[in-house]
Design a protein around this ligand. Structure first.
Ligand SMILES: Nc1ncnc2c1ncn2[C@@H]1O[C@H](COP(=O)(O)OP(=O)(O)OP(=O)(O)O)[C@@H](O)[C@H]1O
Length: 642
C-alpha cells in the first residue's frame, strides 16, 4: 500500500509506537529544554494536516527524524522533506527549539487530498500521542493570560464540555468553552483554512505549504500570522485579542479523509481525538460586527489604531466582518465612547510579497482626520528591526519575506506620518487601482519598483543574475551542502537597514509566485510533483495582468472597495458554502505580484531600503500636491460630525 501521510488517526497513534521503539526514555509531555540530554519535543505536521509529537535528542538530525517517521508512517525518507519556515532541514537540528512545529512534505508523490488512509494494524497503534490536550507552541513572553485560558479550556474539555463549530467564515473554526459552558476561545486549525486539506466548508484542493487564498500566503500559514499580529500590537494599542499558536487535540476537528477510511467504521473514527496545529485566540463577547452597524459611532482613535496596525502588517483582509463591535456603557472604555472595536482574523497579513491590501476603513471619515500627537508618538517609536527580531524569536517559523514586508510597510508608515499624511492617504497610497480589468501597482509599489530599478542599475552584475536567460534561471535552494539551520542574521540596517553581507547562503527565501507555478503543474493527476523547493526564478516584477482580486471576501468576483454592502453580502454568501466542494484551481483568483522582496540578497535588500526611503519624500509630495489627484477616489472631508 502507498505511504500514508493522509490519515491523522493513523499518524497520531503511530507516534506512540515510534516513541517506544526509538525513544525508550520517553517521558510524556514535559518540556525538555535545558535537560542534560538535550531532549526536545517537536510537532511534525504532514502536508495533509496530521500532527505527530516526536522527541528529539542531541544526536538527532533530519535524517534520523525522517527515519523515525518512516517507521511510524511507512514513508520512504527519500521521498519527503522536513521543513521549518524557510528552511529545509538536512543535518543538525540543534537550532530547532522545543515545541517547534515542523512540516513534512512529500517531494515526488502526487499529493492528493483523497488518498485512502491505512487502517491501524495492531493494538499498539490505538495509543495516542501522549502530549497534553493543548500545548502552547513558543510564547516565551507575555502570554500568562492566554495560558490561564488554556488551562480553563483543558479543564472544561476533561469535564465533557465540547467545543462548538463556528459556522461563519471560510475556514474551520471552533469556539472552545470553559466549565460554565461560556465561549472563551476561538481555535482555527491550520489544516482547515480555506483550500487546506481538511477544510470543513468544501474549500479544499491544496496541500499545506502551497499558495492559498492569497497567493502570497501559503496554505497552513495563517495561524502564526494571527499570533504575529497580536505580538506586534504593543500595549494592546489596536485591541487585538490575545492569541497563541497551539497543538490541540480534540474529536470535534474536521478530517475530510475519514470518509475514505474504508476498513474502519466511520462513526467510530469520528469520535477519535485528532491533533492539530492551530491559532488559539481569546473569545471576545461582542454585539455585532462592523458590517452590521453604521461607522459613525466608532471613535477616531479606535479606527486610527486599527488602521496603524493594518498598515504595518499589510493586512489584505480587513473587511468589516473582521471588526467586532462591543457596545460600551457611556463613558466606559479606553476611548470614552460607546462602541469598542475588536480587530480579528489576521491570518492574511504579512504576505510574502507586496500585495493589494484591503482596508475597510479607508473611506470612513475617521481615517481622514489627522493623527493625534499620541498616535504620532506611537508611530515614531515603532522600530521595524526590533519587531522583526522579536518575531524571529517568538515565531521562528516565520519567513524572512514576511518580515521584509513588515519592515517595508513600517518604514512607509513612519515616513508618511512624519510627512503629515493621514491614515486614509496612507491607505490609498498602498492600495492598487483598477483601470478596466487591469490592476495597476499602488503608489507604494511604484516607489518600490523604482527603488529596485535604481539598485539594479547600481549593482555590479551578479553572475547569478546576469549570465543566464531569465526563464532558465533556477532558484535552486537545494541545501545539501549547507546547514539550513544556521541562525539567520538579520540584515544590518539603515533605519537600521543598509549594507550588510552578501547573499546569506542559509537564507532560503523563495517566492510564492514560483510556488504557484509548481502548484499548477501539480494539478495534472498522476504527474510527478516537482521538488517543492526548486523553482524557476523570475528576476523582474511581473507585469500587470488580469486579476480578480479577493478583496478579502469574495471567491468569485471582485467586491467594490469600501462597500459595507459588499462585505455583508459576501459574508452571507460564505455561510452557504457547506457541503459544496470547490476546487482550489477553479476558485483561486490571481493577483499580480508587482514587487517581490524575497529574491533580493541581504545586500540588495539594504540598498533597496535606502533608495526606497529616498524616493518616498517625492512620492509624498506628489500625493500632497494632488499630482496623483485624478486617480484618488473622492473621500469625505474632515468636517464630518462624529
Ligand atoms: N476573538 C474572537 N472573539 C469572538 N468571536 C470571534 C473571534 N474571532 C472570530 N470570531 C467569530 O468567528 C467568526 C469566524 O472567525 P474568522 O473571521 O476569524 O474566521 P475565518 O474563517 O478566517 O473567516 P474569513 O472567511 O472571514 O476569513 C467571526 O466572524 C466572528 O464572528
Amino acid at each position: 500500500m502507498s505511504p500514508n501521510l493522509d490519515s491523522p488517526v493513523q499518524t497520531q497513534v503511530a507516534v506512540a509506537v515510534l516513541n517506544r521503539a526509538l525513544s525508550s526514555e520517553y517521558h510524556g509531555p514535559k518540556k525538555s529544554e535545558g535537560n542534560p540530554a538535550g531532549r526536545r519535543r517537536v510537532f511534525v505536521q504532514t502536508d495533509t494536516g496530521c500532527v505527530l509529537g516526536i522527541e528529539l535528542d542531541r544526536r538527532d538530525n533530519a535524517h534520523t527524524v525522517k527515519r523515525k517517521l518512516q517507521l511510524a508512517l511507512n514513508v520512504p525518507t527519500d521521498e519527503s522533506s522536513l521543513t521549518f519556515g524557510d528552511f529545509v532541514l538536512k543535518d543538525d537540528l540543534r537550532a530547532v527549539r522545543n515545541d517547534s512545529p515542523l512540516l513534512l512534505t512529500r517531494n515526488l508523490l502526487h499529493r492528493s487530498s483523497s488518498t485512502p488512509c491505512l487502517s491501524p494494524t495492531s493494538k499498539d497503534l490505538q495509543q495516542r500521542d501522549r502530549s497534553g490536550l493543548i500545548e502552547v507552541l513558543g510564547c516565551s513572553s507575555g502570554c500568562s493570560r492566554t495560558k490561564q485560558l488554556v488551562k480553563d479550556v483543558v479543564k472544561a474539555i476533561k469535564s465533557g464540555v465540547d467545543p462548538l463549530p463556528v459556522h461563519s467564515g471560510l475556514g474551520g473554526a471552533y469556539y472552545f468553552r470553559n466549565s460554565r459552558g461560556e465561549s472563551v476561545a476561538i481555535v482555527k486549525p491550520t489544516d482547515e483554512e480555506p483550500f487546506a486539506p481538511n477544510n470543513p466548508k468544501g474549500f479544499i484542493g491544496k496541500a499545506l505549504g502551497q499558495p492559498g487564498l492569497k497567493r502570497s500566503v501559503r496554505v497552513g500559514e495563517t495561524g502564526f500570522r494571527e499570533v504575529a499580529a497580536y505580538l506586534l500590537d504593543y500595549d494592546n494599542f489596536a485591541n487585538v485579542p490575545p492569541t497563541v499558536l497551539v497543538k490541540i487535540t480534540h474529536s470535534v476537528f474536521n478530517v475530510n479523509d475519514r470518509v475514505n477510511c474504508s476498513n474502519s467504521k466511520a462513526h467510530e473514527r469520528k469520535k477519535r481525538p485528532i491533533s492539530k496545529i492551530a491559532s488559539f485566540q481569546q473569545f471576545i463577547p461582542h454585539d455585532f460586527d462592523a458590517s452590521d452597524h453604521g461607522t459613525s459611532s466608532f471613535s477616531v482613535a479606535a479606527v486610527h489604531r486599527i488602521g496603524i496596525l493594518d498598515v504595518r502588517i499589510l493586512n489584505t483582509d480587513r473587511h468589516a466582518g473582521n471588526l467586532l463591535v462591543r457596545k460600551l456603557e457611556s463613558g466606559v472604555g479606553r476611548f470614552g465612547g460607546q462602541m469598542e472595536l475588536i480587530p480579528i482574523d489576521h491570518g492574511l497579513c504579512l504576505p510574502e510579497s507586496l500585495e493589494d491590501p484591503y482596508f475597510e476603513w479607508i473611506h470612513w471619515p475617521q481615517a481622514s482626520i489627522p493623527f493625534s500627537d499620541d498616535e504620532l508618538q506611537y508611530i515614531a517609536n515603532l522600530d521595524p528591526v526590533k519587531d522583526s527580531d522579536m518575531l524571529r524569536m517568538e515565531l521562528p517559523m516565520i519567513r524572512e519575506a514576511c518580515l521584509r514586508v513588515l519592515v517595508l510597510c513600517t518604514i512607509f508608515l513612519k515616513e508618511a506620518a512624519a510627512f503629515g499624511l493621514c491614515l486614509a492617504e496612507i491607505g490609498e497610497m498602498m492600495s492598487r487601482e483598477f483601470t478596466g480589468r487591469e490592476e495597476e501597482p499602488s503608489a507604494l509599489e511604484v516607489v518600490c519598483l523604482e527603488a529596485r530599478k535604481l539598485v539594479a542599475e547600481r549593482e555590479v552584475p551578479s553572475p547569478r543574475i546576469e549570465l543566464r536567460d531569465e526563464d532558465e534561471i533556477q532558484f535552486d535552494i537545494d541545501c545539501e551542502e549547507t546547514d539550513p539551520m544556521m541562525p539567520r542574521t538579520p540584515p544590518p540596517h539603515h533605519f537600521g537597514l543598509s549594507g550588510g553581507s552578501s547573499k546569506n547562503p542559509f537564507s532560503k527565501l523563495e517566492s510564492l509566485e514560483e510556488e504557484e507555478e509548481d502548484g499548477d503543474t501539480e494539478s495534472h493527476a498522476g504527474e510527478e510533483k516537482p521538488n517543492f523547493f526548486t523553482h524557476t526564478h523570475k528576476l523582474h516584477p511581473a507585469v500587470p495582468k488580469l486579476s480578480i482580486s479577493l478583496k478579502g471576501v469574495s471567491l468569485t468576483e471582485k467586491a467594490p472597495r469600501g462597500s459595507v454592502a459588499s462585505s455583508k453580502s459576501n459574508s452571507s454568501s460564505r455561510g452557504n458554502t457547506s457541503g459544496d466542494r470547490r476546487s482550489a484551481k477553479e476558485q483561486l483568483p490571481t493577483s499580480a505580484s508587482f514587487v517581490k522582496v524575497a529574491d533580493m540578497s541581504e545586500e540588495e535588500w539594504g540598498s533597496f531600503l535606502e533608495k526606497f526611503q529616498e524616493l518616498l519624500q517625492g512620492a509624498f509630495r506628489e500625493r500632497k500636491c494632488g499630482l496623483a489627484g485624478q486617480k484618488q477616489r473622492q473621500r469625505l472631508g474632515t468636517s464630518c460630525q462624529f
